[in-house]
Design a binder for this molecule. Structure first.
Ligand code: MG
Length: 229
């Protein structure tokens, strides 16, 4: 601190308003007090799927499991920028299943932008399609999966894209992902909706659902909550 700085009243740089809202954090894996609970094991009330029904299996342990060929499920409520928490588990049956065909699912922000769910334990695939990738766009910073059959966590911070009145993107979406507490995507700038072939490109859209992918594998999910930001 310089002599001149010592003369400045420190109170001049104290900010007392606005007052910060209180949030009671979750204990024993429960959601924080202001979260919207999307799935707590009690049912599929907040979800819809192919033909306006959810074909996935509700398990007695409070989780749900993909039922292959019944299609993706998505939240009835739509969201913009969010903090999303969810837990997922890869199926133990890995015999004969390689690369993208082992424990594949995915979490789509705004029904468009996929964070890959995949079992990459002793299972290589292309780096920008492995677990924790922003599929075909961003290689994760680490492979932080727990052993196959155990529960993983994803904590995702997503900022929605912004468009001008002509539908042109003026601010691209960004995403940060923690996988089991490990930073694997660090404010990555998403280049457009996830596509399997070719390059992504933005099209204007508003709020949209969180979608979970049915890729034909028996991936399970539990404890899904979200906070709008
Ligand atoms: Mg996938």
């Amino acid at each position: 601190m310089s002599f001149a700085q010592e003369k400045i009243d420190p109170k001049l740089t104290e900010v007392w308003a606005p007052k910060v809202k209180k949030v009671i954090p979750g204990y024993n894996n429960s959601p924080p007090s202001d979260a919207i609970v999307l799935f707590d094991g009690s049912g599929f009330d907040g979800w819809t799927g192919k033909g306006d029904t959810v074909g996935w299996v509700l398990n007695e342990d409070g989780s749900m499991t993909v039922k292959p060929k019944t299609g993706a499920i998505k939240t009835k409520q739509t969201f913009g920028s969010v903090q999303l928490h969810l837990e997922w588990k890869s199926p133990l049956d890995t015999i004969g299943k390689k690369s993208q065909k082992r424990g594949n699912s995915g979490v789509f922000l705004q029904d468009r932008y996929e964070v890959q769910v995949l079992d990459n334990n002793n299972n290589e695939t292309y780096s920008n399609g492995q677990v924790g990738s922003v599929y075909k766009q961003s290689i994760p910073l680490a492979m932080a999966s727990v052993p196959t059959g155990e529960w993983n966590t994803y904590d995702i911070i997503f900022h929605q894209p912004e468009f001008d009145e002509n539908g042109k993107v003026v601010k691209k979406a960004t995403i940060t992902v923690l996988h089991n507490g490990v930073l694997i995507q660090d404010h990555f700038v998403i280049q457009g909706p996830t596509v399997y072939r070719g390059e992504p490109s933005y099209k204007a859209h508003g709020k949209a659902s969180i979608r979970l992918q049915d890729h034909g594998d028996l991936v399970s999910y539990r404890n899904i909550w979200i906070r709008e930001i």
